[in-house]
Design a protein around this ligand. Structure first.
Ligand code: 5AD
Ligand code: SF4
Length: 440
């Protein structure tokens, strides 16, 4: 590295996006300058995802592209979930890589950077044996209005399909006091919309004597002056308690949206997945939400084609989505992952069958969304303005239940509506977004 310049590309979930904000802050603090392209930077970092095989392949494609650039002073780093999963094997697959580090070692990033700067071309951070969380004062957030706040890292569950316990290590919660301090600081700087993050936020447990559980932390963050919306992701049905819904019910600042991944509607498959709940236990949580005093949007994740999933199991999943009537969902074809229990399971479902099932599922869900969104035409929702779509001449807004509501607004264009909250009347509805007019 002749110049302290870096480029970073991020794959994967919100946890990864937020980790990158912390990594970027740490690099800037060390005197590195951020570049917009990998070509312009001496230090190229990929923050990677290995949740499905496709996600994992992306980083190797990127590295392949730049193979010849190494040796001309360019240094490559692979961090995040693929780094943790593949470890030093990455040096064999892509010898021009110099840093391989998983998220559980980012607290040691300054030391690792010092080694790279000293010319070491095989630097690793792969220990999962940590009780630390990566909360750094240097986090670099680019959006002044919305922010992620990590409350818990790692995962102690062992879902049979999932790499996360292997890539992000054991569960570690931050203290309630440090979460509150960060949220207050953000509110003080004008940020109004925060999202509490963790692989399983519901198992949050404050390690300080205060001993707050997740519902308590959520309620406290919602009381901070200046904060207007609090979201959280992701939840695990097993640890999702009614107190969370009671907290949302009691304070409209807590956004009325819950993402509650179900994965399958079949008890047989849920059991094979080691999800630790039954369909009826899951449905009880849905009932709590449906009985709340304000409507709560519900979204989910579904995996089709888990080993052994029969047509009957798949039909049970279809019946479940009709029963819940999700506001939206993410569907995935099961992808075998290293180290996981499902990898060796019998009755792997053929790829074409997974494709057939996911198409049917998405088609059903699309019909649900068309129906439900159409029913909101004429209603008024408060949106948080996220920006402007110049091509359409519309502002981009988000409702508290996490829907995109694009709208027209009489008034000077580009006059900085971004970050404000406005009432908008819904005039049109599609499956994935709403269109409206501001009432001002
Ligand atoms: N194959 C397919 N989908 C997966 N997910 C997690 N692991 C796998 C896998 N091996 C999905 C789950 C999870 C979401 C983030 O990704 O639905 O909730
Ligand atoms: Fe991908 Fe999971 Fe890692 Fe997030 S935690 S980056 S989804 S593998």
């Amino acid at each position: 590295m002749t110049n302290k310049t870096f480029y970073i590309e991020t794959f994967g979930c919100q946890m990864n996006a937020h980790d990158s904000e912390k990594v970027v802050g740490t690099l800037l603090e060390r005197g590195y300058a951020r570049m917009e392209t990998p070509e312009a930077a001496d230090f190229v970092l990929y923050n990677t995802c290995s949740i499905r095989d496709k996600a994992e392949q992306k980083v190797f494609n990127r590295l392949q592209q730049f193979k010849r650039a190494a040796g001309k002073g360019k240094v490559f780093g692979v961090i995040g979930c693929v780094a943790q999963q593949e470890g030093e094997r990455i040096f064999d697959r892509a010898p021009h890589v110099s840093l391989v580090a998983g998220s559980a070692s980012y607290t040691k990033l300054p030391e690792m950077l010092a080694q790279l700067e000293a010319g070491n071309r095989r630097v690793t951070g792969l220990s999962l044996d940590t009780e630390e969380t990566f909360d750094t004062p240097f986090t670099r957030r680019d959006n002044p209005h919305r922010a992620y706040i990590t409350i818990i890292e790692g995962c102690d569950k062992s879902c049979a399909y999932c790499v996360v316990p292997f890539t992000r290590g054991p569960e570690r919660s931050r203290t309630g006091a440090s979460v509150m301090e960060e949220a207050r600081r953000l509110a003080g700087s004008g940020c109004t919309d925060v999202q509490l993050l963790g692989q399983n936020v519901n198992s949050y447990h404050d390690p300080s004597p205060a001993g707050w559980d997740f519902a308590t932390l959520l309620a406290r963050v919602g009381e901070i002056a200046g904060i207007r919306r609090v979201r959280f992701t992701t939840s695990h049905p097993r640890d999702f308690v009614k107190e969370i819904i009671d907290a949302i019910d009691a304070n409209p600042v807590l956004a009325n949206h819950v993402h509650l991944p179900v994965q399958s509607g079949s008890n047989r498959v849920l059991n094979a997945m080691q999800r630790l709940y039954t369909r009826s236990e899951y449905m009880r949580r849905i009932e709590w939400m449906k009985n709340a005093s304000r409507p709560i949007a519900i979204t989910t994740d579904i995996i089709v084609g888990f080993p052994g999933e029969s047509e009957e199991d798949f039909q049970a999943t279809l019946a479940l989505i009709e029963e819940v009537e999700y506001d939206s969902l993410f569907a995935f074809k099961y992808s075998p992952r290293p180290n996981t229990a499902a990898l060796e399971m019998a009755d792997q479902v053929p790829e074409e069958e997974k494709t057939r099932r996911i198409m049917i599922l998405l088609e059903r869900q699309r019909a649900i969304q068309i129906r439900r969104n159409a029913a909101t035409i004429g209603e008024v929702r408060e949106v948080h303005v996220e920006g402007r779509n110049e091509a359409l001449g519309q502002w981009i807004g988000r409702t508290t239940d996490n829907k995109t509501l694009n709208f027209t607004h009489c008034g000077p264009e580009g006059s900085g509506l971004t970050g404000t909250y406005l009432p908008v009347r819904i005039t049109r509805a599609g499956p994935n977004s709403l269109v409206g007019e501001s009432l001002n």
